[in-house]
Design a protein around this ligand. Structure first.
Ligand code: ATP
Ligand code: MG
Length: 418
């Protein structure tokens, strides 16, 4: 008996003529994800099989769960075509895989129609012997079984598998084009990032940092979030842009009417992000806005802010309840990072009464007091880090301000490599 993993593509099947393009993308991703594990691949038109060493089973499954576009997979037990081997293998599979299910059903399919028995005849012959050899008594329920033992008769071999593990679903990474995520250190934007990646968008991360006005720890949060998000990319690396926002921030605090500070701050953020996106052939912005959560997220605030851009803006969590976002943040392991108690620019010096119903003419009048040359300057001084899951970089070890800290880190690495 040999084990394999069978991968199904799900949603991709909807893609009709382009299916080849999507399947190629996902194969590439799976190959990258398992590049340091010794495996063999077998491809059919809508499935993929992985032949692996038993010791790697858990690790492989964990990695497959992070591949966008993977609908589901099953652990397959391969055996000979004779009934005794099939029974033997089904017993091993059931004893290994079934947890506390009380009812099962056995289902046989013949890919090889020349096999001497029909599917129903095979099921009848193997059911009794299989059931009698299980570790604990389980009943048959053909209508509503809690688990299904699948037997697939093929030309030279047979497959036995039980149930399926759901993967991420969605579409292969990058097949939807590129997006620029506005990533704060909060709970919502990392979840929004994950959802965008799941839908096949290749992302770069854009963070506005106000060090030394805000602590470098708030930037560390974003780096640590990026490490997690990088595990969903094909090459295990994600671009994190740290945009120096301090001067703009200070300028707004000095010149703009209190109640409009947040509105204008967000308009500046959108301008910066759109500018970067346009210059780098990135097709949309993505953020963690969710209608109604705070003053800046009323529909009129969103419209006054969005008014400064032309690029499409995706808000993957826009209609989510906070509790649903938090649940996802837990599953992704971002929650503990996001809730570390360090402020970024949006939560420091916030006015007591932010406007909930801003209007465009007033915002534009306020902006006459703002120095727009600071946008260009911020983009020029943006620090880009290629973050990988295993990257060992504590920016807080190197100073108080992103630019100096990153320079010091690079300098240290240069010295280490000399
Ligand atoms: P989050 O939990 O993602 O921080 P939030 O509920 O705290 O969201 P806001 O702080 O109003 O809401 O921010 C709304 C969105 O604006 C964020 O989800 C993020 O996409 C973007 N954003 C806010 N602050 C920053 C920042 N410093 N850098 C980059 N993007 C930001
Ligand atoms: Mg926030």
């Amino acid at each position: 008996m040999k084990k394999q993993i069978l991968i199904r593509f799900g949603d991709l099947v909807l893609k009709g003529k382009n299916i080849g393009f999507f399947i190629k993308a996902i194969r590439t991703h799976v190959r990258h994800a398992l590049h340091d594990i010794s495996v063999d691949f077998n491809h059919t038109h809508d499935r993929m099989y992985i032949i692996f060493d038993e010791k790697d089973e858990k690790e492989i499954i964990n990695r497959l769960k992070k591949v966008p576009g993977l609908y589901s997979f099953s652990l397959i037990y391969e055996t000979d075509n004779d009934l005794n081997s099939i029974i033997e293998t089904a017993v091993i599979a059931a004893n290994e895989q079934l947890k506390d299910e009380k009812t099962i059903k056995i289902e046989t399919k013949r890919a090889d129609k020349t096999y001497a028995l029909t599917s129903i005849e095979i099921t009848k012959k193997v059911a009794g012997p299989i059931l009698s050899r299980l570790h604990r008594p389980i009943e048959v329920d053909v209508r509503h079984p809690e688990a299904v033992i699948n037997i697939e008769i093929r030309k030279d071999v047979s497959f036995v598998f039980i149930g399926q593990v759901l993967g991420m679903g969605g579409f292969p990474y990058g097949t939807a084009g590129k997006g620029l995520v506005m990533l704060s250190g909060g709970i919502d934007s990392p979840v929004a990032t994950y959802l965008a990646m799941k839908q096949g968008i290749q992302v770069e991360l854009f963070h506005f940092e106000s060090t030394p006005m805000t602590p470098l720890e708030s930037v560390q949060k974003v780096i640590d979030l990026a490490k997690i998000l990088a595990t969903y990319t094909i090459n295990g690396s994600i671009k994190l842009h740290l945009v120096p926002f301090t001067k703009i921030h200070e300028d707004l605090l000095i010149h703009v009417t209190d109640s409009y500070i947040i509105t204008i701050m967000r308009r500046m953020m959108y301008r910066l992000a759109e500018n970067y996106a346009n210059a780098h052939d990135i097709k949309c912005l993505i953020n963690g806005e969710s209608v109604g959560q705070v003053a800046s997220q009323t529909l009129s605030s969103i419209s006054v802010v969005e008014n400064v851009t032309n690029i499409p803006i995706l808000r993957p969590v826009v209609t989510y309840d906070k509790s649903d976002i938090i649940k996802l943040a837990y599953d992704l392991n971002t929650f503990d990072i996001s809730t570390r108690p360090f402020n970024d620019c949006c939560s420091i010096y916030v006015p007591r009464n932010p406007v909930t119903n801003p209007n465009i003419p007033f915002a534009e009048r306020e902006e006459m007091k703002v120095d727009f040359s600071l946008i260009e300057e911020a983009l020029i001084h943006t620090v880009t880090i290629h973050v990988t899951p295993k990257m060992n970089f504590n920016i807080t070890d190197y100073g108080y301000r992103v630019s100096d800290a990153y320079e010091a880190y690079l300098e240290e690495r240069r010295r280490m490599h000399d």
